[in-house]
Design a protein around this ligand. Sequence first.
Ligand code: GDP
Ligand code: GDP
Length: 436
Amino acid sequence: MNPVIALVGRPNVGKSTLFNRLTRTRDALVADFAGLTRDRKYGNGVLGDKTYTVIDTGGISGNEEGIDAAMAEQSLLAIDEADIVLFMVDGRSGLSAADEAIANHLRVNQKKTWLVVNKTDGLEEHSASADFWQLGLGDPHPIAAAHGRNVTSLIDEVLEPFPPREANAAPPDISNGIRIGIIGRPNVGKSTLVNRLLGEERVVVFDEAGTTRDAIEIPFERRGKPYVLVDTAGVRRRKNVKEVTEKFSIIKTLEAIKDCHVAVMVLDARSGLVEQDLHLLDYVLSSGRALVLAVNKWDGLEQEAKDKMRTEVKRRLGFADYAEMHFISALHGTAVGDLYPSITRAFDSANSHWSTNRLTTLLQDAVSEHQPPLVHGRRIKLRMAHQGGSNPPIIVVHGNQTGSLPEAYKRYLINTFRKVLKVRGTPMRFEFRSGD
Ligand code: GDP
Ligand code: GDP
């Protein structure tokens, strides 16, 4: 699991400036969960051989009332989810009452806290920091987020206790079977579905040995085939679904998405689609994970409600139309078994390998069926295709003037490749390289 760094401080100290700097690395994936968390923002970053997750918070002003109170609550939730807190203060405006109030919060919280003095550009570091010793949070660390001054060395020091983890680490281990992550917002029926999947007659559940920090891995076997269920927000730990919902943890959800081979995203037919669903789905999509959609609570719905939901998912989930969709009832078990063939197909598609010969022939067939357009009197040429990666599959197409290829033509190619190669349930990426 990535170390999680929360940026905390009153408004205007430079949190979002630092957030942007920390997540603007090549492999950073910024998940802007505006709809999921109001104003917490999540991003990933890389430094040397280590990766980390950063949470930017709305900010605590130290004078919490009304809207500020809501923002403070966001900050407190972020602190809760974090391993490390970077408490930011402003080296130009000096110590304020708000800083002291926040420092009091943090002292009680007992999370590993670093006191960071920002905006020290053009200032003498020692004198800019001197004021802040009295906060009693240890050494002040002077930085200038806007200019990058001391930022790398600070993060290097912050991450010191955490083991290295390659940004592009190998995909999750397959030796124990396909890893399935059940994800979705609270109350859509994840816990019910997990219990249903594991409670099936044909299913043998092994010891729940693999507990890694917050995530639980549940190995099981169905019809002789091994699987591992990656438990997201502790759904398995709730013996009784009537128990109070555990706090929905975005970090755990993001981690489970990264840690599984196939994400099963649960939607709730009774409440319809909401912004949170779309944000979560967007994240699955950009992470490149294979995906199966399960529209739950399909039991006892009127025909009219069913039609409405079908239309809605078709209209709003067009961007995830590569995923197979099932209408299920986790409560009664209806169609739950149908998820497995889709999971297997999605996994197989994501990990397919095709020869250069096959892909090039397919490309040439597609091109002769439907020529790319002329650009400045010259026809765009597409000569050859090879596979540049898998999970998700990447197809690299070589030719001339590929930079001018219209989006519509790219879509035509992607659709053709998908159809002919029978790729289901995984995103597919195309890269175009040009010889001139
Ligand atoms: P937030 O409200 O804590 O997220 O603060 P922002 O990141 O929005 O920054 C508030 C203001 O401080 C902006 O005008 C930034 O350009 C400025 N700022 C941020 N970092 C620095 C810095 O290192 N030096 C200086 N001089 N200004 C900075
Ligand atoms: P989670 O927060 O996503 O884990 O959701 P739960 O599994 O705790 O389910 C939330 C509520 O929805 C509970 O009251 C469940 O009994 C109910 N529920 C779950 N699946 C179904 C279903 O297929 N049909 C109906 N009618 N209710 C369901």
